[in-house]
Design a binder for this molecule. Structure first.
Ligand code: SF4
Ligand code: SF4
Length: 313
């Protein structure tokens, strides 16, 4: 098996008794995404094609456009079969990965209504960024496809983000960016325009996780592991991966405002991004609400369980 099945959201929700998070702002943002962003994923490709002098020129130009359309970070990588969910087909060669930070001030209490809304807000604004970037690429005569940050994408965002140089894989299963920490979301636009690619980084972050266990300590259902799993494949630096137990995480995540505790408690937020760039008062460590976790659960069909694939680097 080289890639996992798509995450079976509906089946997982069914196992925990349905969707119980009812926050009007979250519902409104989800409706905006499904009703007004999904229909804009496709579009006409202009007949006149812009040619670039080199893959480096093309990459520079499109990265500039992504930043102009609202990305905080952008990187490019080649798509490998293991980056694609099982059963999905992708013929494009490159992913232009984009990320947007989530605001630290909204994660001062977790789980909370504010943190849940912030997650959805960034899914929405990042959705606009990838839609605008895709529309631009089509307007210069090149086909492309949107891989939206939320829901049912064909592409696994995490291996793509690692290869695009966004950061390193943390113990909590999210990418840690050297400046943004793990408080950001990712999406991408895929295309076959020849592009210069970025490289994975090694800033010592993943190694640091071996001695830091903050996220593990604060994860209420104990979903974050103590040790790396030699059976789970390597991360992009060749380390055995930490495997988060989805069957423990999901019931908590689905019950308590998408949880998110492991993101703001991660010590990599406690550098420059601990400050609020819009001038608001913030604290360096969030208030963590540790509620009773539901019993662990799992999909009965092991073949459909979701694990990240081995990253061939
Ligand atoms: S989201 Fe919450 S339950 Fe899931 S791994 Fe993070 S801290 Fe644990
Ligand atoms: S809290 Fe510590 S162990 Fe967990 S991901 Fe962040 S740096 Fe790694």
């Amino acid at each position: 098996m080289t890639s996992p099945p798509p995450f079976a959201w509906d089946d997982w929700y069914e196992m925990v008794g349905g969707r119980s998070i009812r926050i009007p702002e979250v519902t409104d943002l989800l409706q905006e995404i499904y009703n007004h962003q999904y229909p804009r994923f496709d579009g006409e490709v202009a007949a006149e094609r812009r040619r670039f002098g080199s893959p480096a020129d093309a990459a520079r130009h499109l990265k500039g456009k992504a930043l102009e359309f609202g990305a905080d970070i952008v990187g490019i990588c080649e798509i490998e079969p293991s980056d694609v969910y099982r059963g999905r087909v992708i013929s494009d060669k490159y992913a232009i990965a984009v990320g947007q930070r989530m605001r630290w001030r909204e994660f001062q209490v977790v789980p909370s209504k504010a943190s849940a809304i912030e997650c959805l807000r960034v899914y929405f604004t990042l959705g606009e960024t990838v839609i605008q970037l895709a529309a631009y690429i089509r307007s210069i005569g090149h086909a492309c496809k949107v891989e939206h940050p939320i829901g049912d994408s064909d592409l696994l965002h995490i291996p793509i983000g690692l290869k695009a140089g966004f950061g390193e894989l943390g113990r909590h299963g999210s990418i840690i960016h050297p400046q943004l920490g793990p408080l950001f979301r990712m999406g991408s636009v895929i295309t076959s325009i020849e592009l210069e690619t970025d490289r994975p980084i090694d800033a010592g972050i993943a190694k640091f996780c071996d001695s830091c266990r903050a996220c593990r300590k604060y994860c209420p259902p104990g979903a974050i592991p103590d040790e790396r799993s030699p059976d789970a494949g390597k991360d992009h630096l060749g380390y055995d991966r930490y495997v988060v137990d989805t069957g423990r995480c999901f019931p908590y995540f689905a019950t308590y405002s998408y949880c998110s505790i492991c993101l703001p408690v991660c010590v990599y937020n406690h550098k420059e991004w601990a400050r609020d760039f819009e001038g608001g008062e913030t604290r360096p460590f969030p208030t963590v609400i540790m509620l009773s976790p539901a019993p662990p659960t799992d999909l009965p069909d092991a073949e459909r369980r979701h694990t990240y694939p081995k990253i061939r680097r």
